[in-house]
Design a protein. Structure first.
Length: 573
């Protein structure tokens, strides 16, 4: 392809709303353009890379027995209402009404509609297992769309669904998909890790996330360097690092703490360590309200609370007026003493003495509060997040904390959707049973951004060869005369050899051409200038390491093409 005939609107300036390097570089390299918050146009270069990622995903899914389908984006509300997710999904779900008044959603995911499809056709265990997948757009009304393609309202995703007669079959396919995702991400040249993950709104009892490791990642993962245990910070288990000396119980005292609301503000005012402060949260449950306690220097892992209580109605009360009606105090003065509700405390508080809690009276806190004497705890469970210094729950090794970009997640769903939607089959004993399901999602457009986060330098993108929009860029420093003539001969020969090439035939300065070539990140540059003609050589330069190689023109274009092909092979290694 000739640059003059292409659509590559590169930019020198960085977009003002771009926070991540991937967002900045995709805009500057002419790959995407913003339409509205979280909604983007894909330009030709962006589409080429996206299609290459899709090709890898398709090849690996087909290798593992997947059958490709296409499901509608617009889905009837009735299916979601039957599974209970029409309300559970919350404001992230785009909802619309047709001219007849019927409710629909722009699909944020496709569990309901795939279950309804399979319900119509699968009759017997003999037709199982079945693995179906699609590569399709998804829609979620993010409260704060940001980071370019990382958190957008419209995104491209591969979602697959498996159907089984028994748990053993599900576990077998689940492992196949785990390996499939590892192959996809390895081929995409991503440095990644797979971690245990919460199942969230998807449901089920087992899930793994695939995290592309990057400092810019929104998620934090916990890894053990000794045994290999890895989990999302929200559910990571651990051996607590803290240990506290025995203390005698002091007298409970109500102390004025005017205007001090956060744990750190209260600790500073009372001149105690923030670990002495106990934070109290109020949750609504199916059976009423509960209070949840953790130390002031810890973060609550709400997913752990969900897992322990297994209550679909569990929800933190964020409305201060509602909390005030229940306890008599605002969030800043909320505490467990005198609460008429069950209380759950983090395991780290079992041996605590003389801590500080809210006084349930505006602007007051209790000092030297103690469990048993002042507060009755119904359950102690591990509900805080792991923190630096904690140890692996499996081998007591050191835990390492890293940030990652979630690029894929797989789930063992069980029968959540098949029971709700009546997707049954006849088992070998003639009984009708609900289909057992698995779900496997991978963010195709998010992978594009993650690759750039890991493969760039101060000059621009550095594409892995298999994913690059072009494999070679030919740069004649002059867009006329003999330099262009030599470039044209090499361009034609490489094209005939099946190599994807961009010929920069623009009438621009050498500086502009080199700048744009570095920005676009094409793996191999072929440079032809005055010096080339004088010495009968051309210069090859790999984008990944800037290594340069002079190749003689004396042996003809065929030998030049052979040398270029050899250099391409090196960039792939």
């Amino acid at each position: 392809m000739r640059w003059s005939k292409h659509y590559i609107p590169t930019r020198k300036e960085t977009p003002s709303d771009a926070e991540l390097i991937s967002h900045k570089l995709m805009v500057r390299a002419g790959m995407i353009r913003k339409v509205a918050a979280g909604i983007y146009n894909y330009l030709p270069l962006g589409m080429k890379v996206l299609r290459r990622i899709e090709m890898i995903v398709r090849e690996e899914m087909d290798r593992h027995g997947g059958l490709e389908i296409k499901l509608p984006i617009i889905q009837p509300a009735e299916l979601w209402q039957r599974t209970g997710r029409w309300n559970d999904f919350g404001p992230e779900m785009f909802k619309l009404t047709d001219r007849k008044g019927q409710l629909f959603t722009l699909g944020p995911t496709h569990e309901e509609i795939i279950s309804d499809l399979v319900r119509l056709d699968i009759r017997s265990y003999k037709e199982l297992p079945l693995l179906l997948y699609q590569i399709n757009d998804k829609y979620r009304d993010e409260i704060r769309p940001r980071f370019g393609l990382m958190r957008s309202r419209e995104f491209l995703m591969k979602d697959a669904y498996s159907f089984h007669a028994d748990q053993e079959s599900l576990e077998e396919i689940y492992q196949h998909m785990y390996k499939c995702y590892c192959r996809i991400l390895t081929r995409c040249r991503l440095d990644f890790t797979a971690v245990e993950a919460p199942t969230g709104l998807m449901g089920g009892n087992l899930s793994h996330e695939f995290m592309a490791l990057a400092d810019a990642g929104e998620d934090e993962v916990v890894c053990c360097q000794q045994c290999g245990y890895a989990a999302n910070l929200q559910i990571a288990t651990f051996h607590a690092a803290e240990s506290y000396e025995e203390e005698r119980e002091e007298q409970l005292t109500l102390v004025a703490t005017p205007g001090k609301e956060t744990a750190r503000e209260v600790a500073s005012f009372l001149k105690v360590g923030v670990e002495r402060i106990i934070k109290t949260f109020i949750y609504a449950t199916e059976k009423g309200h509960i209070a949840v306690l953790i130390r002031g220097n810890h973060e609550l892992a709400e997913e752990k609370l969900h897992a322990v209580l297994a209550d679909p109605h569990l929800a933190r009360i964020d409305d201060e007026q509602q909390v005030r009606r229940l306890t008599g105090a605002s969030f800043g003065s909320l505490g467990p003493i005198g609460l008429n509700m069950p209380i759950i405390a983090d395991q780290s508080l079992v041996s605590s003495r003389n801590f500080v809690v809210g006084g349930n009276k505006e602007g007051y806190h209790y000092c030297s509060a103690n469990f048993g004497r002042d507060v009755k705890i119904d359950r102690f469970i591990q509900i805080r997040r792991a923190a630096p210094g904690d140890h692996c729950s499996h081998c007591y090794g050191e835990l390492v904390f890293r940030r990652g970009i979630e690029v894929g997640q797989i789930f063992q769903l069980g029968t959540k959707y098949s029971v709700a939607l009546g997707a049954n089959f006849l088992s070998s004993d003639g009984a009708e049973r609900p289909l057992i399901m698995g779900c496997y999602g991978i963010g195709v457009s998010r992978i594009l951004g993650a690759i750039i986060e890991q493969h760039h330098d101060e000059k621009g993108i550095i594409w892995p060869t298999e994913l690059a929009p072009f494999t070679v860029i030919i740069i004649p420093l002059s867009a006329m005369g003999e330099q262009l003539a030599v470039a044209e001969k090499i361009y034609i020969a490489l094209t005939q050899a099946g190599i994807d090439i961009l010929l920069d035939d623009r009438n621009e300065s050498a500086g502009v051409k080199f700048h744009d070539a570095e920005l676009l990140g094409i793996p191999l540059q072929v440079v032809i200038g005055k010096q080339s003609l004088a010495t009968e050589t051309i210069e090859l330069q790999r984008r990944s390491d800037s290594e340069k190689l002079s190749v003689s023109l004396a042996n003809g274009i065929t030998e030049v093409v052979a040398q270029i092909a050899k250099e391409i092979t090196k960039t792939e290694e």
